[in-house]
Design a protein around this ligand. Structure first.
Ligand code: PEP
Length: 263
């Protein structure tokens, strides 16, 4: 069961094995364990082992990988698979991050195959969607995020989609210092929510463990704007890049989630 809000740290190609372990140790000192949120760290795959070992005392810390290939094993030099990520202790996988889509030309079809491979391995995909600045300025935001959502989940059964997560990350906000306003984030999240409700019927009130698919916001989140974004309707958590690379700012964002969101 995932407790909301979800705070996910995408370290991208930063923090090798020793630095990752040092980060986790420093973060743990600053952030008491809590069951009222879900914290997920996405180190580089090479640092997953040391980061997990450093978090051994903290069952409230979860781990994932930033990408997988869709085949389970074989002659795919340089790739990692979902089963290998699971063996290394990952529970979550980012799929279709904008840097994968735009720098590595990952297609919607690739994200579908990856979501399928992640679910097949028993892991949880976090499907990332988001429009570029050009797409936003031409009024195509809704079309883009809905296309990416439907394509990414196209090979999953409704019960698998029900256990997945989505991250709305406007490309123009990632690593730029420009953040979507809480109202902007809410508007796009509401669009995604309507589409998700068609893909997965809402959980029955009696179904104890059932939940709506959490929709995280990502894009230049900092300790200063985290609380307002988390308080926005339909924002179920945050996916954070730059500000997750320092134990103090990451702990501050996590603390904001506990204090400020009113969940
Ligand atoms: C990201 O990489 O998912 C991200 C949101 O980065 P940043 O917080 O640095 O914009």
């Amino acid at each position: 069961m995932i407790a909301l809000p979800v705070l996910a740290a995408n370290w991208k190609m930063n923090l090798g094995p020793a630095d990752a372990a040092a980060f986790v140790a420093a973060y743990i000192e600053r952030a008491p364990a809590s069951r009222d949120r879900t914290v997920i760290l996405f180190p580089p795959a090479l640092s997953l082992g040391t980061a997990r070992a450093a978090a051994a005392s903290r069952a409230d810390l979860h781990f994932g990988v930033q990408n997988v290939y869709w085949e389970d094993r074989g002659a795919f030099t340089g790739e990692i698979s979902a089963p290998l990520a699971r063996d290394a202790g990952a529970e979550f996988v980012l799929v279709g991050h904008s840097e994968r889509r735009h720098l590595f030309h990952e297609s919607d079809a690739d994200t579908a195959r990856k979501c399928q491979a992640v679910v097949r391995a028993g892991l949880t995909p976090i499907l990332c969607v988001g429009e570029t600045l050009d797409e936003r300025e031409s009024g195509a935001t809704e079309d883009v995020v809905l296309r990416q959502l439907h394509a990414g989940f196209s090979e999953l059964a409704p019960d698998a989609i029900a256990r997945a997560l989505v991250a709305y990350e406007p490309v123009w906000a990632i690593g730029t210092g420009r953040t979507a306003s809480p109202a902007d984030a809410s508007r796009t999240h509401a669009t995604l929510r309507v589409a998700l409700r068609r893909l997965v019927p809402p959980p029955a009130p009696t179904a104890g463990a059932a939940r709506d698919v959490p929709i995280l916001y990502g894009g230049s989140v900092t300790p200063d704007n985290a609380a307002a974004l988390l308080a926005a309707p339909e924002v179920g958590g945050l996916l954070v890049g730059g500000a997750s690379l320092h134990p103090a700012s990451w702990a501050a964002i996590v603390a904001t989630a506990s204090l400020g969101s009113g969940r």
